[in-house]
Ligand binder design. Structure first.
Ligand code: APR
Length: 236
């Protein structure tokens, strides 16, 4: 059998919308009444850590009881036919729940917490809330393991490397307006097939080389996955 083709899938909040988790920009930058820039920024954390913790405790509770939808499941199935790497901006774990084996989180994970002093002191917390006074091993206040506005994206370099090797790039449910994650698509090599699945018109770039599947992720992803599997079966 020839080597499997490499597919990189970049996902954002839109892929989890049909699992009941709101996107950011569709809700006008407000999330359950919280201003996203207040609760997802390092300045917000310094100013009012309790509000930030409450916000993430709420998101953790909602996200961890959410179920993967048809889009997450279709991508997990795709790995039976292709070498699939998911790069997600989402902090939920719906790709993992659906069975995808290779998931890189760019913006962290809700079910983990870390020291507010040392970036790589990360622990699993599952669905437990983080409270003021909860301490990391180094004695500092525990904080969510998420990347906020104004912080470095530690997995960016590895994500860029993965994207540069893709034969097929699929972007699902992200406005691609938040950098540096948005810059990832520039790493794709010439000649790769490029698909974007989003019910809205993407504003982010010149899309002449992209095939836009203008549907919700739960409809568009299984369709694209089916086509890609048919293609691989024809060439086998
Ligand atoms: N299926 C597919 N796409 C959808 C769906 C759906 N059912 N519903 C909405 N979308 C699309 C929207 O049209 C939009 O293009 O998903 C995109 C969501 O964009 P954003 O809300 O901006 O989310 P995202 O791109 O993931 O945000 C990036 O910003 O707030 C920060 O760190 C946070 O990771 C997040 C980053």
């Amino acid at each position: 059998m020839p080597d499997r083709k490499k597919i990189v899938v970049i996902t954002g909040a839109g892929i989890s919308a049909e699992s009941g988790l709101s996107t950011f920009r569709d809700s006008g930058g407000l999330w359950e009444g919280y201003d996203i820039h207040e609760v997802a920024s390092i300045e917000g954390w310094r100013k009012d850590p309790e509000t930030v913790l409450n916000f993430y405790n709420l998101r953790r509770k909602q996200a961890l009881k959410a179920k993967p939808n048809k889009a997450h499941k279709a991508l997990a199935h795709l790995q039976n036919y292709y070498d699939v790497q998911i790069i997600t901006q989402n902090v939920d774990n719906l790709h993992e729940k659906a069975g995808s084996d290779r998931v890189l989180h760019l913006h962290g994970e809700l079910n983990k917490a870390k020291s507010s002093e040392v970036d790589d002191h990360v622990i699993e917390i599952g669905d437990r809330p983080i409270k003021i006074g909860d301490k990391a091993a180094d004695g500092s206040q525990l904080r969510p393991h998420v990347v906020w506005f104004g912080e470095m994206v530690p997995n960016l370099e590895i994500a860029a490397e993965m994207t540069s090797k893709a034969d097929i790039l699929i972007v699902i449910g992200t406005s691609l307006v938040v950098y540096p994650a948005a810059g990832l698509i520039d790493y794709v090599k010439n000649g790769s097939d490029k698909f974007i699945i989003d019910p809205s018109e993407p504003e982010f770039r010149d899309l002449r080389e992209w095939q836009h599947i203008k549907e919700k992720a739960g409809i568009g992803t299984p369709k694209l996955v089916e086509n890609l599997i048919t293609k691989v079966k024809e060439t086998d």
